[in-house]
Design a protein around this ligand. Structure first.
Ligand code: AMP
Length: 283
């Protein structure tokens, strides 16, 4: 069945309020340009709710002025087909003007987990994400929302927002969906040249090697230095590679990590003009 396409916040709220109260609503927020990773999350969410809402909105407030807002891929017709195949009931596909009318001036900001990793390199990014996701939650009123661990910092920040602001929903993260060679699926992978695409899997391979070495008791700092060198030798320009505690995202270094400390190594690196991020959890 073709999903209902909903274009405005007013219609979104009306659709939601017309549902019987006993129906469990699941929501998956995206910026579109959907791929197999998104499809896997949608299939999983479909099994856990009665009505499934997908949002497709390239949110301008999470892009810094120098970033790729204008060239971000927009493929709504394909997204609609994928959504139909995944059993989506409604797609919320608003215009920028209806989400951010002239004079919009209220933002929500998480101030701890956003300080490291991508935070300093993407000023205003997480403020844009928390603001738009709170607006989406207010309009859709889901019982359950799914996110991908591919954007792990985003997930932990949003989960903190849900806790801190007492939002009445569960929020869950699903593992990163990858290409057979390990590259995390991303809407931005289409920017990679054929040569960059052959080098891109080194990002995750390097994270796997670093995680194994930390688990074997190697120091965090030398391991990260080695990982950075490996990536640079493969032609990456590394923005950061860090090992942080989970879920509070504090940098870990000396003293040695306690064995029961859940941790994550996260990386952001450019291949040519494409910025790739990835991470690996160490539990
Ligand atoms: P975006 O692709 O930025 O619109 O992300 C929409 C949602 O899909 C976010 O929760 C992402 O973390 C998630 N997502 C994107 N790519 C993947 C992937 N390869 N595996 C799992 N989740 C993903």
């Amino acid at each position: 069945m073709t999903p209902t396409i909903i274009k405005s916040p007013v219609e979104m709220r009306a659709w939601r309020r017309a549902l019987a109260p006993e129906l469990r609503v699941g929501m998956f927020p995206t910026m579109g340009a959907l791929h197999r990773g998104h499809a896997e999350l949608l299939h999983r969410l479909r099994e856990n709710c009665d009505r499934l809402v997908l949002s497709v909105f390239v949110n301008p407030t999470q892009f810094a002025p120098h970033e790729d807002l204008d060239r971000y891929p927009r493929t709504f017709d394909l997204d609609l087909r994928l959504a139909a195949a995944c059993g989506v009931d409604a797609i919320f596909f608003p215009d920028t003007q209806t989400m951010y009318p002239l004079g919009f001036s209220t933002y929500v900001e998480e101030t701890s987990l956003t300080q490291g990793l991508c935070g300093p390199f993407r000023p205003g990014h997480f403020r844009g994400v928390t603001t738009v996701v709170l607006k989406l939650f207010n309009l859709v009123e889901p019982h359950l929302a799914y996110f991908g661990l591919k954007d792990a910092q985003q997930f932990f920040v949003l989960r903190k927002m849900v806790l801190d602001l007492n939002l009445p929903l569960s929020i869950e993260a699903l593992p990163t969906v990858r290409e057979p060679d390990g590259l995390a699926l991303s809407s931005r992978n289409r920017y990679l040249s054929p040569d960059e695409r052959t080098r891109a899997p080194a990002l995750y391979a390097t994270l796997q090697t670093a995680a194994a070495s930390i688990i074997q008791g190697q120091g965090i700092e030398p391991t990260l230095t080695q990982a950075r060198t490996t990536l640079e030798q493969q032609g990456f320009k590394v923005q950061y590679i860090e090992c942080v505690s989970v879920p509070d995202l504090h940098p870990l270094g000396p003293p040695p990590r306690a064995e029961n400390q859940a941790a994550m190594i996260a990386v952001a690196a450019y291949l040519g003009s494409t910025r790739l991020i990835d991470n690996i959890l160490i539990s």
